[in-house]
Design a protein around this ligand. Structure first.
Ligand code: HEM
Ligand code: HEM
Length: 142
């Protein structure tokens, strides 16, 4: 059970990299004038999946922390960065949903959405680093 949260979050982060790869095609076409094909529906479907799984994993991590330590916040940076992700996720989700449901020529909203998506992935990668440290201390080491 202890491995569930780390494995889910690591796999979800890999999925997010793929979602970003799809989004990068749109970026290249919209802002760099490079001809590409944007897998719109796949980006939306997998994007929603990734964001929901990250959120579920946030809850899962909190439950595990409560079980292990009897409280939250023990993990320091891992908790706070997780919380930052949990606040950014609805923004990326909301802007994505809006652009999907109401298609229009835009340049600033997609950029804002894409930049926050990149920020989420960067935060998730730092979670992997601090998360592995937690595994060493609490799961394997202790
Ligand atoms: C990890 C999650 C996500 C990442 C990293 C991400 C990243 C990106 C990037 C880089 C772009 C190109 C932006 C540009 O052209 O300036 C984009 C476009 C787009 N994304 Fe996402 N996205 C994510 C999730 C979502 C979700 C959940 C939805 C829908 C609910 C969504 C819907 C869209 C749409 C519709 C566009 C095209 C907007 C347009 O050009 O009019 N994305 N995304
Ligand atoms: C990517 C690889 C990740 C690994 C290896 C990892 C690993 C861990 C570990 C080992 C714990 C401690 C669980 C315990 O033994 O009680 C934990 C807790 C937690 N994780 Fe992660 N995690 C990762 C990603 C994430 C992400 C992406 C989020 C947020 C979206 C997140 C949010 C949390 C939260 C909120 C806790 C509870 C911390 C506390 O209350 O102090 N984790 N994680």
């Amino acid at each position: 059970m202890l491995w569930f949260h780390p494995l889910l979050q690591a796999l979800t982060t890999l999925g997010a990299l793929y979602v970003l790869f799809l989004g990068a095609h749109r970026f290249a076409a919209a802002h760099l004038g490079i001809k590409t094909v944007f897998a719109w529906k796949r980006h939306v479907f997998l994007g929603m999946g990734v964001l929901l799984l990250w959120l579920a994993g946030f809850t899962g991590g909190s439950v595990m922390a409560a079980n292990t330590w009897g409280t939250e916040f023990v993990s320091g940076a891992h908790y706070w960065v997780g919380l930052a992700m949990a606040t950014l996720i609805p923004v990326v989700f909301g802007t994505g949903l809006r652009m999907d449901m109401n298609k229009a020529r835009r340049s600033r909203l997609p950029l804002f959405h894409g930049a926050l998506g990149v920020a989420l992935i960067a935060l998730a990668l730092t979670q992997a680093v601090t998360g592995i440290a937690l595994i060493r201390t609490w799961i394997v080491g202790g």
